[in-house]
Design a binder for this molecule. Structure first.
Ligand SMILES: Cc1cc2nc3c(=O)[nH]c(=O)nc-3n(C[C@H](O)[C@H](O)[C@H](O)COP(=O)(O)O)c2cc1C
Length: 344
């Protein structure tokens, strides 16, 4: 957002990055695992994880620049990786950090051609903390493979879970994987059939009284993109090879009821999901272009948009060069309830 009009609190921001430097991996693993004695109480096992983490694929969640969680993957077969160890600082539990780490790791393993991810934990029903861990893996889509009662020892029966990385992604998983991406894009062009599919997803959105007040312009001509970017100050999405411009007609659906905002919001979310499903990234830039400097109007002029239409949002589209940041969201229980507002 420009001008600090709509900022998230710093505490709520977290981003996931892959770490490649062995020293940094070990430092992060050390600081987090030692802060989680309930899960990593045996020093030899914990230190072994810390040592081995140097060699593993390593993903870290940061709040500002502070590491607050990490996840490691190790190859256990030509087509299989194991979620070898993960830890999130206790004060950040139930903020979606583990899930964000998992999504980044899953995406990276899929891109590297792995077909399965396995994970081991103490079987459900032994300890409360580990029961939470079991529920976490099940919610991520892991399936029970086998229990090995003596793999560790009789008090800690080993549950092996497995997840297919080739399965078609479910809609809820796609929705939770979508992120606002504000980093650099790779130069690869977005094929017209993909842009068409994304636009169609926007047009397929519901609209109040089916008034279909939203129209869309996809731009993939570098010369037109250059003219658009010349009007966007401060610049955003400059490296994206395509941009979708969202137009609205603020007409009433009935009486004095205008649903134009709801209509284009539904269209934008549909397009963001289609963009994510096709392997691209984007960000909903509306605040940035509808501020008092009216960037949207200048973009509309470049595109020859006639009167009666307002350009309200731009969506850069392209392949991300870096991992998208995953802002932490408030816990489920703070924003969603069953059968009534909680009485305090
Ligand atoms: C109506 C609306 C306007 C937005 N405008 C901007 C914007 O101008 N600039 C920006 O960087 N992000 C913008 N965003 C993206 C939000 O900042 C982002 O959705 C939010 O921080 C949550 O992150 P997530 O999308 O990764 O879940 C906008 C989102 C919405 C819904």
């Amino acid at each position: 957002m420009k001008g600090g009009k709509c900022r998230e609190t710093n505490a709520a921001r977290a981003s996931v990055r892959q770490i490649t430097d062995p020293e940094e991996k070990q430092r992060i693993a050390d600081s987090i695992l030692k802060a989680l004695p309930e899960w990593f109480e045996v020093p030899e096992t914990r230190d072994e994880y810390i040592r081995c983490s140097r060699e593993w694929l390593f993903f870290t969640a940061f709040a500002e620049s502070r590491p607050i969680g990490f996840l490691c993957l190790k190859e256990t077969g030509r087509e299989t990786v194991e979620l070898a160890v993960m830890g999130v600082l206790k004060e950040y539990h139930r903020h979606g950090i583990g899930k964000a780490l998992f999504q980044a790791a899953k995406e990276a393993s899929r891109l590297q051609g792995y077909e399965f991810m396995q994970v081991k934990t103490v079987r459900m029903g032994c300890y409360d903390d580990y029961d939470d861990t079991n529920r976490f893996y099940l919610a991520l889509g892991f399936k029970e493979l086998e229990v090995f009662p003596d793999f560790w020892n009789a008090e800690n029966p080993c549950q092996v879970y497995v997840l297919s990385l080739k399965d078609r992604e479910s809609i809820p998983d796609l929705i939770s994987r979508r992120r606002s991406y504000r980093g650099k894009y790779k130069p690869d062009r977005v094929p017209r059939e993909h842009l068409t599919a994304i636009l169609q997803a926007g047009l397929d959105a519901p609209s109040g009284c089916n008034k279909q007040t939203t129209s869309l312009i996809a731009v993939d001509d570098p010369a037109v993109l250059e003219k658009l970017h010349a009007a966007i100050d401060p610049p955003v999405g400059t490296t994206a090879p395509a941009m979708i411009c969202v137009l609205t007609q603020r007409i009433n659906a009935y009486r004095d009821r205008c649903f134009a905002v709801q209509d284009y919001s539904a269209a934008i979310e549909n397009m963001l999901l289609a963009i994510t499903a096709l392997g691209y990234q984007s960000c909903w830039y509306e605040g940035h272009i509808t501020d008092t400097d009216r960037i949207g109007d200048r973009l509309a002029a470049v595109l020859g948009v006639p009167e009666g239409y307002e350009l309200v949002c731009i969506l850069p589209v392209g392949i991300a060069e870096t991992e998208p940041a995953a802002p932490a969201k408030k816990p489920f229980e703070e924003r969603a309830w069953f059968n009534g507002f909680p009485q305090r």
